[in-house]
Design a binder for this molecule. Structure first.
Ligand SMILES: [Zn+2]
Length: 191
């Protein structure tokens, strides 16, 4: 049995094993342009569920986009530094056991206040130009912290241009779980 803390998320992203030529192993097939979401307020915060079905492919395995949500501050640290905010796009795959892929983007924003949750925004506009990403195996960062979660965290941060979304993140994004011990897990940087 694993100890409860052995495969947990988030983690501090540092000293990865660089894997050149592998950034194409993550293929995001998200709807282009502004898209609509059903916004649900759950115990852990707001969940933006896409109205149109879409998917991500990691290493040839397709996962369905289940929800998008935001954390402030960010959950993943980079070289010991906490990040301003973070997007999580949670994808699921239900063959054999349930498997989860969380695609994360480290976000910067300049906004104050307490914007209500937008019901549409351009998800693709929150992706960095450079597609290098960290990859490791971990867990959900909310209870029950289920494992069997693949994490892909883009290395390049993105500035949030959408001011409605930036105000929402400033005022109402979810809290962040502290970094967990990476232990003996591999941290890859797919470039
Ligand atoms: Zn999250």
């Amino acid at each position: 049995m694993r100890t409860p803390s052995s495969w947990q998320s988030p983690v501090n992203l540092r000293s990865p094993v660089v894997v050149p030529g592998s950034s194409g192993s993550l293929d995001l097939r998200w709807e282009k342009g502004s898209q609509r979401f059903d916004v649900v307020s759950e115990a852990h915060g707001h969940r933006f569920r896409p109205v149109v079905a879409q998917e991500a492919v990691l290493g040839g395995e397709a996962y369905r986009l289940a929800n998008v949500h935001f954390h402030r501050p960010g959950e993943h640290w980079v070289d010991g530094e906490q990040q301003q905010a973070e997007l999580h796009a949670v994808h699921v795959r239900a063959e054999r056991a349930l498997q989860v892929l969380v695609v994360s983007v480290l976000l910067r924003y300049e906004a104050d206040g307490d914007g209500g949750a937008p019901t549409s925004f351009d998800l693709g506009a929150l992706l960095p130009a450079r597609r290098s990403f960290y990859r490791y195996e971990g867990s959900l960062s909310t209870p029950d912290h289920d494992e069997n979660v693949s994490h892909a965290v883009f290395a390049e941060p993105v500035q949030v241009a959408d001011q409605h979304l930036a105000r929402f993140i400033a005022g109402r994004a979810d809290r962040a779980r502290p970094p967990q011990d990476l232990g003996r897990r591999y941290l890859l940087l797919c470039e």
